[in-house]
Design a protein around this ligand. Structure first.
Ligand code: ADP
Length: 710
């Protein structure tokens, strides 16, 4: 009974294992050999059963011999696996393979011949097979191969790293336990102690191996069998194991209890089995889920943390590192990298737990991107092919494309999990939720970086330009100073000869050098007027030069403005009359109009404004009037002359500015008068402004402070 259950369990699991492993990846040599091994296990278990329970006693020897053949086949398969694992190509060299194969065939033939087991004999009531010289062949091909495969596996284990090391460890331990038990029970005990008591347990000894292999498959992606696919198998496996335990219990109880209780016990145990199956099943289910799908983190919390990182981080480098750190901490991923692309090609790699930083060719990234399109690329779910090979080569388990609409921004590359487990459904779900958010975040960070780069470049350019401007400004200031100095010196030097000329001219006109012939009178008048203009110009220039050299002194004191206006009007009246203009002064009723000002400068100001009104009028009246404020006296000089065009109004107080039309009319002038007037008024604490209507006339107004009341 026990033997049958054990047989059933082992053959079923091994056969399923063999099929799954083969169909998962039929091209991989490791998978092929592994399923071959599992198949040989099935074959061996069946043959073993028949060697103990032969259909007829005469066939017993045949089945015993066949079991030796099966054992050799198993060892042969184990040796080939240990050579190949975990590579997908068959790596053993041809000669070695030939020797091993030929020896195995020879061993198999010997096993079936009368030389390994010569015959059967009955010892102490038990049927025992008698060993012959052919047993040597079994020692070589059966035991020898087994030992060799264990040594090879152990060596491979020592040299390997990471997930492969974990896989090899489980395979080694599984094989080691299995072979030790088998050899001890089926060979050492049989040959040395001449007892076949344990042979019955034969198939059970393979269970540790099957369980460990299953565990390696589920936990460490062994042989690439997808977790979901194998989940059912694991489950069946565990359930069957439990049933075996029931069976063992039944078997042992039957041995110890008197015969009359047997039927009751069988029924009782069967009932227990039936009723406990469902609760047991759910316990196992939750147990397996706990072992294989351990929920070590809360998806919501994890996404919340990542969301916060995404919201609060602007720069690409920090964002990448923070996200990777979080993935490495929580999932936990052993290593991860962001590959950021610019114009399709990898431009930047941000990696965590890599040393040195990984490098990816344009081609690799292009292929991964093409394969991923808009979804996660998961190693386990891929069919065997170039992309799976590429992932294997780059040690990647998950590839996440970072895409916003149709623009591709890069890839998130994750290697295996730090625990060696496969990515769970939860991990994949979380990553899928994260994908769009992360893509937008990466896009934003990229744009931010671009803007930052642009701003930095702009700043650099502005700095250079500012430096140039400063340099130019310094140069201009220097030139301006030179010019001021030149004007000052030139006008200063001009002043004396011009004044001397004026003196001689007046002496000439007064006839001090004798009577002047009539013919000379006109040219002399011309000379006098030109000289007059020259004196004015030189004076103006000197004044400006002094103002700029800050040597112009203005002393304000209470002066009577109405007296000044009256005097100036008197002086310029002849000019107005020459042009048939009326000059009118609306003198205030009071006797005096006291303001704080410089007497001479005030005269200059009035002279200038009234002269301008006369110069730039063809007809009409020129009116001088006052207006009184609380602390100011405002003086208006109004004319009905040409007016100033709006375009020229802004420049009226600038140095050397003259309206070109006036210059063309032959009105003499320098463009300095208003500039000087403005400076003088402001120096005395006043202001000047004007209102002008082109073609209608102009009104110039200026203010001067009143004398403060004592
Ligand atoms: P100048 O009279 O020597 O040319 P100003 O500085 O006194 O220099 O005047 C500058 C310019 O302003 C003049 O050329 C003239 O075009 C304009 N301007 C000044 N006063 C008047 C005015 N009352 N009416 C019209 N235009 C004027």
């Amino acid at each position: 009974m026990l033997a049958l259950i054990a047989l059933g369990f082992v053959t079923l699991t091994s056969a399923t294992l063999a099929l799954f492993i083969y169909y998962k990846n039929p091209k991989s040599a490791t998978n092929q050999l592994y399923s071959f091994f599992a198949a040989s296990l099935v074959f061996w278990s069946i043959v073993m059963y028949f060697s103990i329970h032969p259909p007829s006693p005469s066939q017993m020897l045949f089945f015993i011999r066949l079991s030796m053949l099966a054992a050799i086949l198993m060892s042969y398969a184990a040796l080939l696996i240990s050579y190949t694992i975990p590579s997908s190509n068959f790596t053993m060299n041809r000669t070695r393979f030939l020797i091993i194969t030929v020896l195995s065939i020879f061993g198999a033939i010997t096993a079936m011949s009368p030389y390994m087991f010569t015959g059967l004999s009955i010892i102490n009531g038990n049927v025992e097979a008698t060993a012959g010289p052919g047993m040597l062949m079994f020692i070589i091909t059966g035991l020898g191969y087994t030992l060799a495969s264990l040594i090879i596996l152990a060596r491979k284990y020592r040299r390997s790293t990471g997930i492969v090391k974990k896989q090899l460890y489980l395979v080694f331990i599984g094989m080691f336990i299995m072979f030790t038990l088998l050899i001890t029970a089926n060979f050492i005990v049989v040959i040395v102690f001449k007892s076949s008591a344990f042979i019955n347990f034969g198939p059970l000894f393979t269970i540790p191996f099957l369980l460990l292999t299953a565990y390696a498959i589920v936990k460490h992606q062994f042989l690439d069998i997808s977790l979901l696919l194998f989940r059912t198998v694991t489950f069946t496996l565990v359930t069957l194991a439990i049933i075996s335990i029931y069976a063992i219990a039944l078997f042992s109880f039957l041995n110890y209890l008197p015969k009359e209780y047997h039927t009751a016990l069988t029924i009782f145990l069967a009932l227990v089995l039936v009723y406990s199956y469902h609760p047991l099943k759910s316990v196992i289910e939750s147990l397996t889920r706990n072992i294989f799908y351990k929920q070590a983190y809360s998806s919501e919390d994890f996404l919340e943390i990542l969301g916060e990182i995404i919201r609060s981080t602007l720069t690409l480098e920090t964002l990448g590192h923070k996200v990777l750190d979080e993935l490495c901490r929580t999932l936990p991923v052993s290593r991860g990298a962001f590959v950021i692309t610019q114009k399709e090609a990898p431009a930047q790699v941000i990696a965590v737990n890599y040393d040195p930083k990984p490098e990816y060719t344009d081609n690799n990234i292009y292929n991964l991107r093409q394969a991923a399109k808009n979804d996660l690329l998961i190693f386990d779910d891929l069919e065997e092919g170039p992309i799976k090979m590429l992932l294997r080569h780059l040690h990647l388990t998950i590839v996440m494309p970072l895409k916003v609409k149709s623009t591709f921004h890069g890839l998130l590359l994750l290697s295996d999990k730090a625990s060696g487990e496969t990515y769970s459904r939860q991990d994949v779900d979380v990553l899928e939720i994260l994908m769009p958010q992360l893509s937008v975040a990466i896009q934003n960070a990229k744009s931010y970086e671009e803007i930052k780069g642009f701003a930095a470049k702009l700043k650099e350019e502005v700095t250079v330009a500012t430096a140039d401007l400063r340099q130019a400004n310094r140069h201009l200031k220097h030139l301006d100073k030179l010019k001021d100095e030149f004007v000052f010196i030139a006008t200063h030097e001009l002043k004396n000869p011009v004044t001397a000329m004026r003196g001689y001219l007046s002496m000439l006109s007064e006839g001090l050098f004798g009577p002047i012939p009539d013919k000379m009178k006109e040219p002399l008048d011309q000379l006098d007027s030109s000289n007059q203009q020259l004196v004015e110009l030189v004076n103006d220039l000197l004044q400006i030069a002094r103002a700029e050299a800050k040597t112009l002194t203005i002393e304000t004191k209470p002066v009577d403005l109405s007296a000044i206006v009256t005097e100036v009007c008197h002086t310029v009246k002849p000019l107005a009359e020459q042009k048939s203009l009326t000059l009118k002064y609306d003198r205030p009723k009071k006797d005096t109009l006291m303001v704080m000002a410089d007497d001479t400068r005030c005269k200059e100001i009035m002279n200038n404004l009234i002269s301008n009104a006369i110069k730039y009028s063809a007809q009409g009246t020129i009116t001088v009037s006052h207006e009184f404020n609380e602390d100011k006296v405002i003086t208006h000089v109004q004319d009905q002359g040409y007016g100033i065009a709006p375009a020229n109004q802004v420049k009226i107080f600038t140095r050397f500015f003259r309206v070109e039309a006036e210059a063309a009319k032959g009105i003499p002038g320098t463009g300095l008068g208003l500039f000087i007037v403005k400076q003088l008024i402001e120096k005395m604490g006043g202001k000047i402004w004007f209102n002008s209507v082109y073609g209608k006339g102009t009104i110039f107004s200026f203010s001067l402070p009143k004398v403060p009341k004592a």
